[in-house]
Design a binder for this molecule. Structure first.
Ligand SMILES: *[C@@H]1O[C@H](CO)[C@@H](O)[C@H](O)[C@H]1NC(C)=O
Ligand SMILES: *[C@@H]1O[C@H](CO)[C@@H](O)[C@H](O)[C@H]1NC(C)=O
Ligand SMILES: *[C@@H]1O[C@H](CO)[C@@H](O)[C@H](O)[C@H]1NC(C)=O
Ligand SMILES: *[C@@H]1O[C@H](CO)[C@@H](O)[C@H](O)[C@H]1NC(C)=O
Length: 385
């Protein structure tokens, strides 16, 4: 049985050469992340951007779920962000750049609008809503995560209200599903996966409204599965061509292989149907095959120049593989998460700062995006070991 023997050897070899990450390491990384927290607006700006800040909230909530000291320290962060961020009407606009890499521009911090930018006038954020359904989905999931760890119903209500804004736009594209943006330029995977994921999370937390959210999650998955975005290799391309409604062959980004795993795991829990887990594992395995190097470390093709948006992606995969792993554990996923977390700490760190290339070397400077993304892998490894 050579494959089992070599797999065992790989596990032994990696645990011998690298120290396993610890909760103390995660706490140091949290301390570093909070050095970039802007208390007056409740966002990690200017270190990173709007939707990235939602991902910062999510990883803090996930860490708080396994670490009581962070649980105590994070309450004030959730409250502050909840009140301040929704009052801060951020001037922002997003676009899709070369290789289908999304790129966000901001009115008063980097990345600034390029000279001569004349797209529709920049629209300000309004509460946790803006002109991009994916950004809304990230905030919805952030408030679900904060609700899970605090029990504060205000956060769950916020997530439910964000859900309604996205739902209202369902079925309005030429291909059905939801648009990426309110300007209707693109039907992509991320906005549609996030809608599924938010619906499925709410289905398991919705009390008397569970059936409502569950039916939306089922409807969205049935659409997504037949949308063409999942390719023959079982990985997910960036989106659809909005005239033919066919897969656009866009880059296979790690976050698009990630959000779907959380969505399908939560949907399986909501429906008691294991077939969603089977599909999730098919996608997870295909993604790990496609996006890891020979040492099993995850990469996106944009590295090390992933911009303010792409530097967030890999953590999203790790976080959602963690959800799948808790729902239906596999040794190979535990190994993947351990290896990636250990590699970040061993090779991609300066002090407690973590950067964008998980196999190393450290890319200076780190920021709240690279930090929170790498923390996702560390938290996922700790939560599943
Ligand atoms: C917090 O954000 C505001 C608004 O963008 C900015 O003016 C301020 O300089 C930021 N504070 C820090 C400490 O970066
Ligand atoms: C379709 O895509 C093109 C190119 O991204 C975009 O300019 C156009 O506005 C989109 N929307 C529709 C409805 O065709
Ligand atoms: C990953 O998938 C892309 C497109 O689906 C393909 O071009 C590439 O060769 C694959 N890479 C690996 C390492 O499997
Ligand atoms: C954060 O770091 C990444 C990776 O080095 C970089 O691509 C990105 O531009 C940085 N973000 C900001 C807002 O400076």
């Amino acid at each position: 049985m050579p494959s089992i023997r070599s797999a065992l050897f790989a596990v032994v070899a990696s645990t011998c050469t690298t120290q396993a990450v610890t909760v103390q390491n995660a706490e140091a990384a949290y301390q570093q992340l909070q050095g970039w927290y802007n208390q007056s607006i409740g966002l990690w700006i200017p270190s990173t951007g709007w939707w990235n800040s939602a991902n910062c909230i999510t990883v803090i909530a996930d860490l708080a779920a396994i670490d009581d000291s962070i649980k105590v320290r994070s309450q004030g962060v959730f409250q502050n962000t909840y009140y301040r961020a929704q009052q801060y009407n951020l001037d922002m606009q997003k676009t899709v750049g070369p290789d289908w890499l999304p790129w966000t521009y901001y009115g008063n911090h980097w990345p600034h609008y390029p000279p001569g930018w004349h797209h529709p006038a920049p629209v300000q954020t309004n509460g946790f809503l803006n002109d991009y359904y994916d950004d809304e989905g990230w905030w919805g999931l952030a408030w679900v995560a904060a609700y899970d760890v605090t029990g504060n119903p205000q956060y769950l209500q916020e997530a439910q209200s964000i859900f309604e804004n996205i739902k209202a736009a369902w079925g309005t594209t030429p291909c059905s599903g939801v648009w990426w943006d309110k300007a209707h330029t693109y039907v992509n995977a991320i906005a549609n996966e996030l809608f599924l994921d938010l619906a499925a999370h709410l289905a398991n937390r919705g009390g008397s409204q569970s059936a409502y959210y569950r039916s939306w999650a089922v409807r969205q998955w049935n659409w997504f599965q037949n949308s063409g975005m999942i390719n023959a290799q079982h990985t997910i391309n960036d989106g659809l061509d909005n005239t033919t409604c066919k897969n656009n062959g866009g880059t296979v980004w790690s976050y698009n292989q990630g959000v779907i795993l959380g969505g399908l795991s939560e949907l399986s829990r909501a429906t008691n149907d294991q077939s969603y887990i089977t599909i999730a594992k098919q996608i997870a395995d295909a993604a790990i095959t496609n996006l890891t190097d020979s040492n099993g470390i995850l990469h996106d093709v944009c590295e090390p120049n992933c911009g303010a948006d792409g530097s967030q992606f890999k953590g999203v995969f790790a976080r959602n593989l963690q959800i799948l792993q808790k729902a239906s554990p596999e040794g190979r996923y535990a190994t993947f998460l351990q290896k990636n977390a250990n590699s970040i700490w061993a090779n991609d760190r300066q002090g407690s700062a973590l950067s964008v290339v998980w196999s190393g070397p450290f890319v200076s400077p780190a920021n709240a995006s690279t930090q929170s993304s790498a923390m996702d892998a560390i938290v996922a490894a700790l939560a599943t070991s």
